[in-house]
Design a protein around this ligand. Structure first.
Ligand SMILES: CC(C)(COP(=O)(O)OP(=O)(O)OC[C@H]1O[C@@H](n2cnc3c(N)ncnc32)[C@H](O)[C@@H]1OP(=O)(O)O)[C@@H](O)C(=O)NCCC(=O)NCCS
Length: 187
């Protein structure tokens, strides 16, 4: 699949490129990003150098679609639809650069990515899943605001370089109205 560029009110979502490597490296030094995502930890510059061409290859394969979030010329984070299985399912994943957080950028980007994921002229998905390490309140609040419905806890299901964690799981269906619903682990 050819990479797709998406636009929101404040952001452009586009393929990460070589010029982003320094910002990716810097952002991924963040302890929360290392704790709550599958980025390598410790995160070295070579990881960013390897990541950029891998994203382009993953777009061609059509299984993991990652966008760099850009606010003007400022790199603001990474968002993607992953594990596109060809049968209507995918998973939303994201991290925002520490210097761009708490300004609603993630929710703004994710709304546009989700719209495109469900759109007939996008991926035409039926279901988008969200998973997070138990206790990742910031990510859970974002997912609740986006309309994801909390579906439960997956015991020791999430694996990263530190080992296994219990995970929260939530889902959003194409037909859902996206009105935030109560989450028992947040409310
Ligand atoms: C989680 C993360 C992506 C949020 O990005 P952001 O741009 O700051 O999010 P937004 O400004 O769009 O805020 C979304 C919601 O999350 C809440 N939120 C964000 N960070 C929070 C935090 N640290 N603690 C509590 N709530 C938080 C906001 O208040 C907002 O809540 P509301 O919608 O109920 O008003 C960002 O903190 C991050 O990159 N964390 C580390 C990586 C990570 O956890 N990725 C997700 C893995 S599942």
């Amino acid at each position: 699949m050819e990479p797709v560029t998406l636009r929101t009110e404040r952001l452009e979502l586009s393929l990460p490129v070589e010029d982003d490597i320094d910002a990716i490296y810097e952002a991924c030094q963040d302890a929360e990003t290392q704790r709550y995502t599958t980025v390598p930890s410790p995160y070295e510059r070579k990881h960013a150098e390897e990541f950029v061409p891998k994203v382009a290859a993953d777009w061609q394969a059509g299984t993991h679609l990652t966008w760099a979030m850009r606010e003007g010329s400022e790199f603001a984070g990474m968002i993607g639809l992953y594990r596109i299985d060809g049968r209507g399912s995918g998973e939303l994943g994201y991290w925002v650069s520490p210097w761009s957080r708490r300004r609603g950028l993630l929710v703004e980007a994710a709304r546009t990515v989700i719209d495109w994921g469900f759109a007939a002229d996008g991926l035409a998905l039926d279901r988008i899943e969200w998973r997070a390490v138990v206790g990742n309140i910031g990510s859970a609040r974002a997912a609740r605001t986006l309309g994801f419905r909390y579906e439960g806890t997956l015991r020791q299901a999430l694996v990263d370089s530190h080992g296994r964690d219990d995970g929260w799981i939530a889902g959003l269906l194409a037909a859902d109205d996206r009105t935030p619903h109560p989450w028992p682990v947040l409310d």
